[in-house]
Design a protein around this ligand. Structure first.
Ligand SMILES: Nc1ncnc2c1ncn2[C@@H]1O[C@H](COP(=O)(O)OP(=O)(O)OP(=O)(O)O)[C@@H](O)[C@H]1O
Length: 470
């Protein structure tokens, strides 16, 4: 079972979220409780467990205020598979091939990738040793006594084999040479030497399986089955040892992991820790209440399709059957036109926790620019550090950028903190182009409020310009 010690307390979860997200304390608190409650529920008496309604959350807030970011980071903290879907996608005309259950399959896919990556990491050292052996074999093929080899189909085994025996001295020489080359490989002396390696190709590639009435999952399952049945094709490639190491490491690591175990663990991880973020849920709510017209019917249809998944059902995936009972669902929407109460009552009941996210203020923008671990200023500083150029932002300049982003949001369209991306990109565009040609390494660049003003002010004043550029 999952190790409870891996689970953080609600306040620890909030503290982790604080490292990336400014403000939105109410939302942070509630997702922290929901995460902890899921663990509590899983450890409750089985009889009671069935009665406890999962703490699914409905986030209400305008675009770009941190809804997705909170959910994504929450999953990251819990080392949980995460997937995001837009509810409105399911109402699109002609949107075929993706049913509502596909969000659960995406989650499992995500979980499989996570588990696979972790397991590959665990066997990396062992794989590296095998890779070394393959490279060595390509450089200095080993000689072995014919008698030592299990001769396939018994060819050449009749009669006296001693006539073709390799002299002991040759064997020793071969072994010594191999050891010398092993040393050289380890010391990285032969990185540029080219060798021939066999690379396996994806056997299922090029095999299209389609049939009437077949859904995405069945197709994928059959495709995988055929892939597994077909002999693995290999292709010979001439590559440097450095390249060979990369290619082979991946292959050898894959051979070392047990895919059945991976699937099993991934299903468990998705079931017990998965987070599904359903964005734009407001777009499937009918603003007119009980509408009878076409789009309303299809919107309500999507809600009805969502309901069993959120209530707890089983979904077939190509990795096995998954129960959705303990998956944490976070739905989000701006609810500018419709209201949460426009959702069908059953669905409302399944999202008992409502949190409202605040619109971001000028000061929030300033803090978003400055404090998060992944703050935009830190990202740009890091980009230029790669060129050995030091970029710094004065505090005043950050206030100025925040002010401009806020004004453009008010003037043109409120896209929340996303505006900071466009404003920063515009502000720093010239610098990013000039480095390293006219701004050489070791330069120090300080962004001042004057510079911000000079580069952006005209654009803000000119509504037409800012509409397209900022
Ligand atoms: N409160 C915040 N603190 C730090 N960064 C934020 C905050 N709000 C938004 N951002 C940043 O703005 C960008 C967009 O945020 P996010 O994806 O969370 O928007 P959203 O609220 O989910 O909007 P939508 O409903 O349109 O998807 C992200 O890069 C995120 O890091």
């Amino acid at each position: 079972m999952l190790d409870p010690s891996k689970y953080l307390t609600p306040s620890q979860i909030v503290a982790e979220l604080d490292k990336y997200i400014i403000g939105q304390h109410d939302a942070k608190r509630n997702v922290a409780i929901a995460l902890r409650n899921r663990w509590r529920r899983m450890h409750a008496d089985p009889e009671m467990q069935k009665e406890i309604v999962p703490n699914n959350i409905l986030m209400i807030g305008a675009t770009g205020v941190g809804k997705t970011e909170i959910a994504r980071r929450l999953a990251g903290i819990a080392d949980a598979p995460f997937t995001k879907v837009e509810a409105s996608k399911f109402t699109e005309v002609g949107y075929v091939g993706r049913d509502v259950e596909s969000m659960v399959r995406d989650l499992v896919e995500q979980a499989v990738n996570m588990v696979k990556t972790r397991r590959k990491e665990e066997v990396k050292q062992q794989a590296a040793l095998q890779v070394e052996e393959v490279i060595l074999d390509a450089l200095i093929p080993p000689i072995s006594q014919p008698g030592n080899r299990s001769d396939m189909m018994g060819f050449g085994t009749s009669g006296n084999t001693s006539s073709s025996e390799v002299p002991e001295s040759d064997l020793e020489l071969n072994e010594r040479t191999r050891e010398r080359f092993r040393e050289k490989i380890r010391n990285g002396e032969l990185e540029d030497r080219k060798i021939d390696i066999k690379v396996s190709q994806n056997p299922s590639s090029g095999v299209g399986v389609m049939g009437p009435g077949m859904d995405e999952m069945q197709m994928a399952g059959i495709q995988e089955m055929i892939g597994n049945m077909m002999p693995k094709k290999t292709k010979k490639r001439k590559v440097t040892i450095a390249e060979a190491r990369k290619i082979l490491l991946e292959e050898e690591a894959s051979k070392l992991i047990d895919m059945d175990e991976v699937k099993e663990e991934a299903i468990m991880k998705a079931e017990n820790a998965g987070v599904i973020f359903i964005d734009e849920i407001d777009k499937v709510a009918s603003a007119s209440g009980k509408g009878g017209s076409g789009p309303d019917v299809s919107r309500e249809g999507v809600q009805r399709d969502l309901l069993p998944i959120v209530e707890g059902t089983t979904v077939n995936t190509k990795y096995g059957v998954i129960k959705t009972d303990h998956i944490l669902f976070i739905a989000a929407g701006a609810f500018h036109v419709s209201k949460p109460s426009d959702l069908i009552p059953e669905l409302q009941g399944r999202f008992p926790i409502r949190v409202e996210l605040q619109s971001l203020s000028k000061d929030d923008f300033y803090q978003i620019l400055k404090f998060p671990k992944n703050a935009l200023t830190k990202q740009y500083e890091e980009l230029l550090r790669a060129e050995e150029v030091e970029l710094t932002f004065s505090d005043e300049s950050l206030h100025k950028i925040a002010e401009i982003a806020f004004e453009v949001n008010a003037e043109v369209e409120n896209i929340g903190a996303r505006r900071l991306h466009t404003v920063m990109s515009r502000l720093l565009n010239d610098i990013l182009f000039e480095v390293p040609d006219t701004i050489p390494p070791n330069a120090h660049l300080m962004i001042t409020p004057e510079l911000v003003e000079e580069r952006l002010r005209d654009m803000v004043k000119n509504r037409d310009l800012s509409q397209y550029i900022l």
